[in-house]
Design a protein around this ligand. Structure first.
Ligand SMILES: Cc1ncc(COP(=O)(O)O)c(C=O)c1O
Length: 390
């Protein structure tokens, strides 16, 4: 039994009545409090005008309070948080904030999302950098030793997923940061699939940069992202994109002083109201408790993985061991492409996931709001499809 009132949680997320929603790793469903927050803020803008002080003031206050809420979520200082629009913005801020020389190396893994690859390919093209890929092993010692062996005197950055997108493999982030730091190499974690899935203490992990989005496991809506930059890196990381809020500009002398907070990496106007929605999503997850979130999702994934392993014709593609596991369960069914599998699961049982592993498999996200009855339906559906395609 979950340690929270799952019925009350589910009643707050209306989309759960319409499908078996198991694509939180793609886009999390919106709790009503998030949707209402965004809708009412826009209504206020529509009815009164964006720059009326009674409209503008609260919107800005809520934007700044989203910074505090984000900092609280990860146990860091709000001066280390920039509010961005996506993960790409965080990764790009780091990628283009380093002065690369030809031959400098970045370490990524063999399971990155395109967001964690394309930016580096661009730098291969523009600056002659070299990408080295860590082949993920599900043996911890082997993984760490492969990682250690990849680092060289030319390594300038490690840029890796905290939890991989396709199989939901959770990497030993703290140990990897320790190994990289022993050689003075900074680390950025792509936190798309980790933020909101389990408690994350960034001081403990000791990572240098952390970039996540609000719209997946944090249930906070699209167009929002959180970027953490460790205090010591704020003055060292070059600013590549800039705008009016980044610092103090003296219009008479043209002297410019960047702020000494992560704020200096924010640029351009944005949908401030969306960040207030995002913090409602974070608060929703926090009200359940991240330990409870992780425990419930583990209970669901354990059952689902065990069942998949028993179904003739179905193959589990996600790690089995607790150590590497998260709420993401990826599997294939022989005789069906991931695209067909995904389509049939939705058309016949309204189970929403997404194709994975180059369209060979299907990815399901077991979130804390999913129920055991939903997992029963998923298991029956996979058994039926495996049976029909044998
Ligand atoms: C590991 C990972 N990185 C990045 C993203 C998305 O990046 P962005 O927010 O830039 O669209 C996703 C999912 O869409 C992801 O799973």
């Amino acid at each position: 039994m979950p340690q929270f009132d799952i019925d009350a949680v589910r009643a707050e997320i209306h989309a759960l009545d319409k499908s078996i929603y198991m694509n939180t790793g793609g886009s999390g469903p919106l709790p009503n409090s998030v949707a209402q927050d965004i809708i009412s803020a826009y209504q206020d803008v529509a009815e009164n005008g964006a720059d009326i002080p009674t409209v503008r003031g609260p919107v800005r206050d809520r934007f700044e309070s989203a910074r505090q809420v984000s900092a609280g979520l990860f146990g860091v200082d709000s001066s280390e948080i920039a509010l961005f629009r996506a993960i790409s913005e965080g990764i790009s801020t780091v990628a283009y904030g380093i002065d690369w020389n030809p031959g400098d190396e970045v370490i990524i893994s063999n399971e990155e999302h395109p967001t964690g690859i394309i930016v580096w390919l661009n730098l291969v093209e523009r600056r002659g950098i070299k990408i080295k890929k860590l082949q993920i092993s599900l043996d911890r010692e082997e993984l760490l030793s492969r990682f250690s062996d990849l680092l060289s005197d030319r390594t300038r950055l490690v840029a890796i997923s905290h939890v991989t997108t396709d199989t939901g493999t959770r990497l030993p982030a703290k140990e990897m940061c320790d190994i990289a730091h022993a050689r003075n190499i900074p680390v950025i974690l792509d936190a798309a699939q980790s933020a909101g899935q389990f408690p994350v203490d960034l001081r403990n992990i000791d990572v240098d940069f952390y970039a996540c989005t609000g719209h997946k496991w944090l249930l906070g809506g699209w167009g929002t992202g959180i970027f953490y930059v460790k205090k010591e890196w704020i003055p060292k990381l070059e600013v590549s994109w800039s705008g009016s809020g980044a610092g103090d500009w003296n219009r008479h002398t043209d002297d410019l002083e960047f702020t000494d907070s992560a704020h200096k990496f924010e640029f351009g106007g944005r949908h401030d109201t969306l960040y207030s929605g995002m913090s409602k999503g974070i608060e929703f997850v926090q009200s359940v408790g991240l330990e409870n979130v992780e425990t419930q999702s583990r209970a669901l994934t354990d059952r689902l993985k065990a069942a998949i392993s028993e179904i003739d014709g179905a193959t589990l593609r996600s790690p089995e061991s607790n150590e590497f596991s998260t709420g993401i369960v990826t599997f294939s069914v022989s005789g069906l492409s991931g695209t067909d599998l995904n389509a049939q699961m939705f058309e016949r049982w309204r189970i929403l996931g997404r194709p994975a592993l180059n369209h060979s498999s299907m990815r399901l996200s077991c979130a804390f709001f999913n129920s055991h009855q939903e997992i029963d339906t998923v298991i029956d559906a996979i058994s039926a499809l495996a049976n029909e395609n044998r």
